[in-house]
Design a protein around this ligand. Structure first.
Ligand code: IDP
Ligand code: MG
Length: 155
């Protein structure tokens, strides 16, 4: 197992609906750590970089209009298997199909306005973290609570 980092966005719908605090609370309640956080406006250029895999899909123009419609809160989240843990915590892409108990399942009812982005694998996480953050913007707090959250061999 491995201590991983993943790129999370509270999307413009989450900011507009004042749900950022509740999303951050769910991440922290899970025992994951915030190692970077900032509010920013996604530009069309940044959207095309972030969503490179989707740029040629029919829904991309709508996705770009949505993700650039207002500020987002970008976070780097760290923990054992943080990438998969966050994908589970987020729920399925279509919030209507997301299980209750997940962020999307509890807080949304849209396939597009689904509140949160999370990297879908180690390569994407590396690329997306570098897209949003400089190395000196990421700060690991000493893991004083780690001994209560997971076993050493799980790091
Ligand atoms: P993910 O965010 O769960 O990884 P992706 O398939 O990577 O889902 O899609 C990226 C984002 O594009 C979604 O979170 C959602 O906001 C939007 N999206 C995905 N599929 C559709 C679609 O079919 N129509 C409109 N928007 C979509
Ligand atoms: Mg994705």
């Amino acid at each position: 197992m491995a201590l991983e980092r993943t790129l999370i966005l509270a999307k413009p719908d989450a900011v507009q609906r004042r749900l950022v605090g509740r999303i951050v609370t769910r991440i922290e309640d899970k025992g994951l750590s915030l190692v970077g956080m900032k509010m920013l406006q996604v530009t069309p250029e940044l959207s095309r970089q972030h969503y490179a895999e989707h740029v040629n899909k029919p829904f991309y123009p709508d996705l770009e209009a949505f993700i650039t419609s207002g500020p987002v809160v970008a976070m780097v989240v760290e923990g054992p298997e943080a990438i998969a843990v966050m994908r589970t915590l987020m729920g399925k892409t279509n919030a209507r199909e997301s299980a209750p108990g997940t962020i999307r399942g509890d807080l949304g009812a849209s396939r597009q306005m689904n509140l949160i982005h999370g990297s879908d694998g180690p390569e994407a996480a590396k690329r997306e973290i570098a897209t949003y953050f400089r190395e000196n913007e990421l700060v690991s707090a000493p893991g004083m609570l780690a001994a209560a959250l997971w076993a050493k061999e799980e790091e």
